[in-house]
Design a protein around this ligand. Sequence first.
Ligand code: ATP
Ligand code: MG
Length: 151
Amino acid sequence: MCKYTLTIIKPLAVKNSHVGEVLQMINVDGGFRIAGMKMITLSRQQVKEFYKVHKEKPFFDSLTNFMTSGPVVVAVLEKENAIEEYRKLIGKTDPKEALSGTIRKLYGINIQANCVHGSDTPENAIKEIQFFFSTSEIFDEEGNLIDVSIT
Ligand code: ATP
Ligand code: MG
């Protein structure tokens, strides 16, 4: 069981001023501790690498354009069984199919601009966290630096 997952609050949610509400749902309502967080813009190369499992999909170019269209917020989230718990909190990929009360249902616009990303396996969570964060950017509850790959 993995304690950590990675989320990305996607460009349209940042543009539409939903960062505060989404973080409230994650941190306060959802009980995830925020172990690391920053606002960045992604390069096309970063998006292509991050979403490389989808490189043959018809939506890959469109997804690359979308994910580079403005700043995103990336965060490392901690909770017992974080990956599954977070996928539950965000809901299905298509906001139309997501259960009511989920982040994607509330703030997703369509299947592409679905507000947030969430890691899908422990292996991917660690890889994705290391893709965006160095070991000097992730903290435990006391503020000490942690290495998510060995906890
Ligand atoms: P994520 O990986 O972002 O958490 P997910 O695991 O629910 O989402 P994936 O199948 O991994 O869904 O798709 C990755 C992302 O690609 C989706 O979050 C969405 O932004 C985009 N996407 C997925 N399917 C489509 C589609 N049919 N049309 C357009 N964009 C899509
Ligand atoms: Mg996915």
